[in-house]
Write a protein that binds this ligand. Sequence first.
Ligand SMILES: [Zn+2]
Length: 263
Amino acid sequence: MEFVQTVLRPHIIQIENPIGNCYTLVLGREKALLFDTMAGLGDLKKYVEGLTSLPLTVLNSHGHFDHMGGSSSFDEVYMNRLDWPLLPRFEECLEVIGKNAGCNLSRTRGSYRKPFLPLEPGMTWELGGITARAVSLPGHTPGSMGLLLEEDKILLAGDALSPEMCLFFPESLPLRTYLHTLNQVEEMPIDWFIQGHYNRLFPKSLLKKLHDCALLPGQKKGYPYVNSLIPSLRGTMFILEFQNPDADGTICIITKEGYDVSA
Ligand SMILES: [Zn+2]
């Protein structure tokens, strides 16, 4: 099992697994923080211990399998309690997901039985030269959380912000909630954000495009969408741009059937 690492800042490392999930390791002078545990492939704990011997805090951005699946390797993991109810449903899908992704997710199963610690907005970790503060970013899921790295002016956003924004899950909240989250992030003192499936920084200016894209549902006809890992998840894709240089790809939004697009 190969992990690939990209150094985004000397103390911020984005690490990717073979199925395109990323997690972020933040290294302070005294402590380290891991944001997301990915899908549970490979020995994540051993890999992180190879990168740092600092005391480690582990957070999951939200309750989807590809962000919390490696939790069972760690003693204590924080996750917003609003996403705890999602866990049994995803555990039921693990076999289908593993088959479609071409990987064995048996290790992931243990993460679903793990008791999590509640992650709440405003919780702050002082890592030594780096202040990391949890912020609420609802939309993708009810309990989606971000981590604001105050000195770096970087927001770790998980799946809560994305050039390819996914709101097709049964648990995704109405469009107005996502738009509110975008507005909240616009007010935050950041220059960049990091998404949970890309190994790069996105400029804050991309938020304007994400906002424009979020206005497409209800305004134009979209394309039918079927999720490749969980084919029972279907929706409608609305494309703003096929190739945006800041996004390094497509800017689109995917909503579920009958999605509430009222502003
Ligand atoms: Zn997700």
